[in-house]
Design a protein around this ligand. Sequence first.
Ligand SMILES: [Zn+2]
Ligand SMILES: [Zn+2]
Length: 62
Amino acid sequence: MTTLLYCGHCGRDAADGSHSDCRRALAMEPPRYCAECRRRMIVQVHPMGWTAKCSVHGELAG
Ligand SMILES: [Zn+2]
Ligand SMILES: [Zn+2]
C-alpha cells in the first residue's frame, strides 16, 4: 500500500482541501507531483497513455 500524502495534480497536502478538481484533472492527465514525496515527476505521454516517474519512488503508468 502507498500512502498518498500529496496531491499529484497541485502538489499540496492531500489533507488540505478537497482536491475534487484535481482528481477530475488526474482522470484525464498524468500527475505532476509524486504523492509520496512531492517531487516533480518526469512525465512522458505516449499514444496509449503516459508514464510519470519519481526519482525515488519509481514509475506510474496510466
Ligand atoms: Zn490538488
Ligand atoms: Zn516520490
